[in-house]
Design a protein around this ligand. Structure first.
Ligand code: MG
Length: 161
């Protein structure tokens, strides 16, 4: 019998707003703007949470953490990721690997990419070699290309324990 493996995909976007930093993968990056969000607006972690929930067949991040919940205002998305990890593990799965892509003109990840991958790996309790972080610009096309927002996609593979 084939191994019980499941794939999930996630997408998230947040509009750019006033501020001086953005959170990406649980890491703070200085920026001449912020993002508008109920939580800390970490698009990488929100996309990742949705990929994990999707793979486990557990719906989406909005069902588990509604933005109408005052208890989640300004919450670190690492807290959301920890809760999602708990749900996934309770469902009998362990994370095989995750692949994250930031879609934004800015900020450029540069030297922070390694810190982000390490943060995601720590948040998931998996090895650094199971996390890949990518980034692409939008070639200045569309709303994201005009720096009106940040978006991210994520793919996660779960393996039944
Ligand atoms: Mg979000």
């Amino acid at each position: 019998m084939a191994a019980d493996i499941r794939v999930g995909h996630g997408f998230d976007v947040h509009a750019v707003g006033p501020g001086d930093h953005v959170m990406l993968g649980g890491v703070r990056l200085d920026a001449p703007f912020g993002v508008i969000a109920h939580s800390d607006g970490d698009v990488l972690l929100h996309a990742l949470c949705d990929a994990l929930l999707g793979a486990a067949g557990l719906g989406d991040i909005g069902q588990h953490f509604p933005d109408s919940d005052p208890g989640l205002k300004g919450v670190s998305s690492l807290v959301l990721l920890a809760r999602v990890r708990g749900l996934v593990e309770a469902a009998g799965y362990t994370v095989g690997n995750v692949d994250l892509t930031l879609l934004a003109e800015a900020p450029r990840l540069g030297a922070r990419r390694e810190a982000i991958a390490g943060s995601v790996a720590a948040g998931l309790g998996i090895g650094r070699d199971r996390v890949n972080v990518k980034a692409t610009t939008l070639e200045k096309l569309g709303a994201l290309g005009r720096r009106e927002g940040l978006a991210a996609e994520a793919v996660a593979l779960l393996v039944r324990r």
